[in-house]
Design a protein around this ligand. Structure first.
Ligand code: ATP
Length: 285
């Protein structure tokens, strides 16, 4: 099924999450019953303080974290009820992009991208990285699209963080997913690279008509690039609207009291004092 067929045909929404809850074995209630419907291809940013439950929410959608209760329907199919085999098949329909890229370091860029097709080819062919010509063509086209034309033979461990994340995005798109989940994809990147990656994700959501949910700490980036923002607090959704509706009052609801209108304190922006270790390195250089 294509990413748009469900909603476009007037059928089930692309994604319908209802009453999603998670209590970790420690007793920590990380999600307290979350409802989200995505009925068109859009970039949805999930923001909130550390520990608000953003990562748990994203990971419960593809059951990297097992929900304690609730329902996740992808184009009408209940993900929570699936057995192991069904879940494996469903996960092929959901691309995941991680903060730490999760590439196979010793493999080439091309092999990493093609690994997005693992599970579609026979086991032996997969193990030998033998893929049909159309997959290889698609991988080259994706590498070109994410700005890595000519990098196919490079080893993953020779890439910068931004380049690795581009490989992660290309690998996820090789699955031709119906939904993209991005768990803090810019957290390890510098501000400029973060913006470039967010811009790329936004463009890809539109081009491929695939909705994406992104867990992100940077409110300015979320505002600039997301169509819709979900604000979480203590495992609950306290804000869910288009990005332009994210007012200071909404930020206070999500993060607590703060004067959002004044620039950051100078102290906040001052470079950190050198640690003993960096001071020693400085002294040696
Ligand atoms: N495996 C786990 N076992 C027990 N508690 C957990 C586990 N993972 C997360 N938690 C707790 O669940 C709550 C929500 O965590 P989660 O990682 O989803 O928050 P988050 O909003 O993504 O935070 P951050 O922005 O810091 O990544 C936190 O209190 C966290 O300590």
């Amino acid at each position: 099924m294509s990413a748009v067929s469900g909603a476009a045909a007037g059928g089930a929404p692309l994604l319908a999450v209802a009453g999603l809850a998670k209590v970790y074995p420690t007793g920590k209630k990380a999600l307290g019953g979350v409802d989200v419907v995505i009925d068109r291809p859009q970039l949805v940013a999930v923001i909130g303080s550390s520990g608000a439950g953003k990562s748990t929410f994203i990971r419960c959608i593809n059951r990297l974290v097992e929900p304690t209760a609730g329902s996740v329907r992808l184009n009408g199919e209940e993900i929570v009820a699936l057995d192991r085999k069904g879940l494996r098949a469903a996960r092929r329909r959901i691309g995941m992009i991680f903060q730490e890229y999760n590439l196979v370091e010793r493999l080439s860029v091309m092999q990493n991208v093609l690994s997005g097709r693992l599970g579609y080819t026979g086991l032996l062919a997969s193990l030998r990285y033998r893929f049909p010509p159309e997959d290889i063509q698609a991988a080259f086209a994706l590498l070109d699209r994410v700005g890595l034309d000519g990098y196919h033979n490079q080893r993953a461990d020779a890439l910068s963080g931004g380049q690795r994340q581009r490989v992660g995005i290309a690998r996820a798109l090789m699955q031709r997913p119906e939904l993209l989940l991005l768990d803090e994809p810019t957290a390890s990147l510098d501000p400029k690279t973060s913006r470039q990656i967010m811009r790329l994700v936004r463009e890809l959501v539109a081009e491929r008509q695939t909705p994406a949910i992104i867990n992100i700490h940077d409110v300015a980036l979320a505002r600039a690039h997301a169509d819709r923002i979900i604000g979480m607090k203590d495992g609950l959704i306290v804000f869910d609207a288009e990005a332009s509706a994210l007012t200071d009052a909404a930020l206070t609801r999500i993060y607590g009291e703060e004067d959002w209108s004044t620039p950051q304190d100078e102290d906040d922006e001052a470079p950190a004092a050198p640690t003993v270790a960096t001071a020693q390195v400085d002294a040696l250089s």
